[in-house]
Design a protein around this ligand. Structure first.
Ligand code: NAI
Ligand code: MG
Length: 355
């Protein structure tokens, strides 16, 4: 039976990099005889909002629920729709209603890309950040009192549940076990945040009992961010609460060069609902319409999608293909963000023909 993928380009360069992402998915499907069925949707974009007054149609949940995965470009066009409206009205709805409780970001230095960290070569940086994506510090529990007076009070509670914590830890341990180094690092702050974070550490240890082959260490978040920069080679899989993970999952890819190549996945591991795969970057209004956006973030996200759907070999082939093109370093093919003079389409085509 075909695996069905909902394709949602969104806004700005999302509409430019998505065709290249689709080109690669189709090429991979041909080469590895994978039965994929792609269906495109124009909602979850600011154009849709301007026409319909909302980011999503009323029946979006029923429309997307039956798909095996969602392949997303980028959302946002602040000139016409405020960012909190476009983001809350689309991506954040998907993450919540489809219980995509894992946010997964690979941080890997690719060949031909200059790391902002001096002296780092491909192979020095190769780890994953696993972020809890549904609870923790990003809760709606709290409130304000005596607003606008001298007594003004504002409270926002961190909410950590055993269910929510254990499931992200399980995912992270499983991922660590599947990798050669089998190493897990936990982001904590149990010295300063003295209730939830010591408890988080306990849950890390308790889950670790099921994974004796995985080596575990932990750092307080402040020194951990420093170590991302000083010693990126220390890390294999890093697991973190929602807030800490948010920070680490931007810092990690930043250590590997251009934002244009970084991919991400929002995963519902049980497959009860579709998972969502998207580049880390946004809609980049400053370069939209010029045809020069780097499509590798979109393409690498597509590789994560293939892997999630059980096509490991095809996923690896896609990654090898763009690594080979980057290693070649043909300036006419590479986009300006990685030192070339090429276009989105030229780079996409070069990767497709390599594949
Ligand atoms: P951005 O990621 O769109 O752009 C940041 C900078 O990186 C810009 O200078 C841009 O030209 C460059 N850049 C981004 N992607 C690139 C690519 N593929 N190739 C070459 N250069 C690239 O972030 P910004 O400017 O803060 O946000 C723009 C819009 O995107 C806003 O509406 C924001 O809300 C939205 N956004 C959406 C995200 C999503 O859909 N997940 C994530 C981040 C921002
Ligand atoms: Mg963020």
């Amino acid at each position: 039976m075909a695996q069905r993928i909902a394709v949602i380009p969104g806004d700005g360069i999302g509409k430019e990099v998505m065709p290249e992402g689709v080109r690669i998915l189709e090429a991979a499907a041909r080469r590895f005889a994978i039965d994929l069925e792609l269906e495109a949707f124009d909602f979850a974009s600011c154009d849709y909002y301007l026409e319909h007054g909302q980011m999503l149609p009323d029946d979006w949940f029923e429309t997307l629920e039956g798909f095996d995965a969602i392949y997303y470009g980028a959302v946002g066009w602040p000139e016409t729709v405020p960012d909190h409206v476009s983001l809350w009205g689309s991506l954040l709805q998907f993450r919540r209603r489809f219980d995509q409780y894992i946010n997964l970001r690979p941080c890997r230095l690719l060949p031909g890309i200059q790391s902002p960290l001096a002296g780092r070569e491909p192979g020095d940086i190769d780890f994953y950040v696993v972020r809890e994506n549904t609870e923790g510090e990003y809760s709606s529990v709290g409130g304000k009192m005596f607003e606008g007076t001298e007594r003004e009070i504002v409270i926002q509670e961190t909410v950590m549940t055993r269910h929510g914590t254990d499931r992200v830890l399980k995912f992270a341990y499983e991922l660590a076990r599947s990798r050669p180094r089998k190493k897990l690092t936990s982001a904590t702050k149990s010295n300063g945040i003295a209730i939830t974070m010591p408890w988080w550490d306990e849950r890390v240890a308790a889950m670790g009992a099921h994974y004796p082959e995985v080596a575990v260490d932990q750092f307080h978040i402040d020194i951990l961010t420093a170590n991302f920069v000083m010693h990126p080679d220390w890390f294999d899989v890093v697991v973190a609460s929602n807030l800490f993970g948010d920070i680490l999952s931007d810092l990690g890819p930043a250590c590997t060069g251009t934002i244009g190549v970084a991919p991400s996945a929002n995963i519902n591991p049980e497959g009860t609902f579709p998972s969502l795969f998207e580049p880390v970057h946004g809609s980049a209004p400053d370069i939209a319409g010029k045809g020069i956006a780097n499509p590798i973030g979109q393409i690498w996200s597509g590789a994560m999608l293939l892997e999630h759907l059980g096509h490991r070999e095809a996923a690896d082939a896609v990654v090898s293909a763009f690594e080979a093109v980057l290693r070649d370093g043909d300036k006419r093919v590479l986009t300006p963000d990685v030192g070339g003079t090429g276009t989105t389409e030229a780079l996409g085509r070069a990767i497709a023909s390599r594949l």
